[in-house]
Design a protein around this ligand. Structure first.
Ligand code: NAI
Length: 412
């Protein structure tokens, strides 16, 4: 047991953890080390199946195929937390989960490096027309030529969105001897010799390679359209490993067909097939020097493993200490664990007077609060409070009776 770990008022062996969709076994290992037993299932569950199964589940782990919507949450009477063992959390109704006192955790950075590595590999492949030449060779055509094949050293890479992935791409590109410029709506500390530019237009004008690493948002929808493509240097390359909505695909096809762009690498699409069996339809199919990959930028074994460890770790920490750090739909509250204290965790409706009422309960019992931390997010408040061991059960019982309370747990 780690020094942070403590017992739950509810025995750990009775906590039911269901991990769907073949979540990496490393996650099970994290739970086991903390004294929990997880039940892994290879497949996803339909809404009906999950609705039935979830009734007795305390912790649910999903990937991208299982949806957790209102009807499922209504049956989830015992559910304490959800782990999305992936980056996105759009499969879960986050507000409905929060309103039931259920935090949702994900793994936002576990595959950052995987995306950055593929991006750089594709920069080189595009510059050498390597994917195209490989395809030709598979067809039996020996096309040995240096024409149009260039080193990436001393070329300029323009990174749009200098967040976790973008900044890693910048570091790798610099090791290749490239000049790195970036555009971001936020002022960022440039790593290495990278230079932030004030406008997207300036970046497009001077970059040999433009690589997109922005999130999906109303502002980034079609942020690379006809105008932006026309503003790019003639003979330059575009890479999109961010989200399909960021690029106007038809406009990109036209820019490539017209020879204005020398090539593109695309990993994400406005419409992606729902399964590996469905046909991939896209205006970019069949174009020369266009590398198409099926949304695999972040799909590596290392990333899957680190997602397993990261999300399971966050869930264990929440179960063991109440810490909600990293939850996407919940107030972020952490409090160091101290010995010989019982910990009360209370999720409540965020209305005035809750903390006063809770403190009054402890004061009226002549108890002592040794530490307390409260955070709010929208309609939800979350309190972690350490109290004397003798009064903790009674304090929990009384807090449970407040009409503002959504969920209360006791750790000791
Ligand atoms: P991040 O949140 O760390 O970085 C995004 C950056 O974009 C931030 O610095 C933000 O300020 C900036 N930004 C936001 N709106 C902008 C705008 N309108 N113009 C310029 N900059 C803007 O995100 P992270 O982790 O680096 O991910 C980036 C993208 O990569 C996301 O779209 C994500 O979905 C995608 N992704 C793709 C994967 C794949 O398999 N291809 C795997 C993982 C992530």
């Amino acid at each position: 047991m780690t020094p942070m770990a403590r017992q739950l008022s509810y025995p750990k062996e009775k906590i039911k953890i269901l991990l769907l969709e073949g979540i990496h076994p490393a996650a099970g290992g994290v739970f086991q080390e903390a004294g929990y037993e997880a039940h892994p299932v290879r497949s996803a569950m339909s809404q009906e199946e999950l609705r039935e199964a979830i009734e007795h589940i305390h912790v649910l782990g999903i990937r991208s195929k299982t949806e957790v919507r209102q009807p499922v949450l209504e049956s989830a009477r015992r559910l304490l937390a959800i782990g999305c063992f992936c980056i996105g959390t759009d499969r879960v109704d986050l507000d409905a989960a929060a309103s039931r006192g259920v935090p949702v955790f994900n793994a936002p950075f576990s595959n950052t490096r995987s995306v950055a590595e593929l991006t750089m590999a594709e920069v080189v492949m595009l510059s050498r027309k390597a994917a195209y030449r490989s395809m030709q060779l598979h067809l039996g055509c020996w096309e040995k030529s240096a024409s149009g094949s260039r080193e990436v050293r001393h070329k300029t890479i323009g990174i749009v969105g200098y967040g976790h992935i973008g900044s890693q791409v910048g570091l790798l590109a610099e090791s290749f001897g490239m000049r790195v410029v970036f555009y971001d709506i936020v002022n960022k500390l440039p790593l290495g010799n990278a230079k932030q530019l004030p406008t997207l237009r300036q970046l497009l004008k001077i970059s040999d390679f433009v690589t997109l690493h922005v999130p999906e948002s109303p502002e980034t929808r079609n942020m690379i359209g006809r105008r932006e493509l026309a503003a790019m240097r003639s003979g330059s390359f575009l890479l999109n490993l961010s989200r399909g909505s960021v690029v106007d695909i038809e406009a990109l096809r036209d820019a490539l067909a017209a020879g204005h762009l020398a090539g593109a690498a695309v990993d994400v699409y406005p419409h992606e097939p729902k399964s590996n069996e469905a046909e991939f339809r896209c205006a970019l199919r069949g174009l020369e020097n266009v590398i198409l990959t099926p949304h695999i930028g972040g799909s590596t074994e290392e990333a899957q493993r680190s997602i397993g460890i990261e999300v399971a770790g966050a869930l264990v920490k929440y179960m063991d200490t109440g810490s909600s750090g990293g939850a996407v739909n919940f107030p972020q509250v952490e409090l160091p664990v101290v010995k010989n204290r019982h910990r009360v965790l209370n999720v409540h409706r965020n209305v005035p007077g809750v903390l006063g009422n809770i403190n009054r309960i402890v004061a009226e019992m002549g108890g002592n609060i040794s530490a307390q931390c409260l955070g709010t997010r929208r309609d939800i408040g979350y309190l972690i409070m350490d109290v004397d061991q003798l009064i903790s059960r009674e304090v929990k019982r009384k807090i449970d009776m407040l009409d503002t309370t959504i969920k209360t747990r006791l750790l000791f």
